[in-house]
Design a protein around this ligand. Sequence first.
Ligand code: ATP
Length: 295
Amino acid sequence: MAATLSIQQISKSYGAIRALNGVSFDVPEGSVFGVLGPNGSGKTTLLGILLDVLVANGGTYQWFGGIPAHEARKKIGALLETPNFYHYLSAFDNLAITAAIRGAGLEDRLEVLKIVGLLERKDSKFQTYSLGMKQRLAIGAALLGKPRVLVLDEPTNGLDPAGIAEIRELIKQLNKQGITIIIASHLLDEIEKVCTHVAILKRGELLLTGDVNEVLISEDQIEVAAGNMEALLVALHAMPGINKLSRKETVLQLACAAGIGPYQVNEYCVGKGIILTHLNLRKKSLETKFMELTN
Ligand code: ATP
């Protein structure tokens, strides 16, 4: 897959504070890419640089294979901080002002409001909106001008679980329409549910990047049990590709090499005449991995 964004060795200091230190990664086209890290890890600084709001001290980046910056900017919708909407104006009128500031046409407004689920409330004053609706309107504003990429900094900040779920669904829906989405967040649990790819930052350093499933695959654990646990233990000890085997209460826990999953384990046991009574794949959450990496 082509890279929508490619960054190499980006560094940024604020006086003595080193906010980013040689960060490099690619954002594949069509991905939902999570830039994850605890507070102060450099996420907002990185997004600011990529959107030309801040200047890096070192490194380079290319949007869409290296087209000129002003061309690239037209294809990017961004939500870096909560935009200032007028409280006494409707969503529809607020979007007219945003479009004017941005130099975008007015014709997208109804479509954008439909996408973010605010069409029926388009004439309500902004001050009557819930926090979740305000945030969806902000994403709607970023969608004016039909961007190919959406960049969101902490899009679920301050929202309740229902509001978070709405934003998550919206992100999935936009991605299905072909928009590449880059999200900075420290909320791992929420990000894990939408991201296809991640880059994890800690104090300005890139710790890890890649496909969410590939990044996590070595951490998967398979749990099995059978009527005869001793026979199962002996059989699995001899199975190639089982890296770790431990007994926990009534099950055996397996850490497997790449390419060994529940199917292979089941097939192997059946081949040895053992019928499994329990087979479960436990994916280690990104949250756990993230805590291990950043603590
Ligand atoms: P958060 O989730 O808290 O917003 P972040 O991961 O987005 O954090 P940044 O806001 O990019 O991180 O901050 C990275 C580092 O740079 C921090 O140590 C922060 O204090 C510092 N920093 C950010 N902006 C400035 C600034 N304008 N002047 C001085 N230091 C700054």
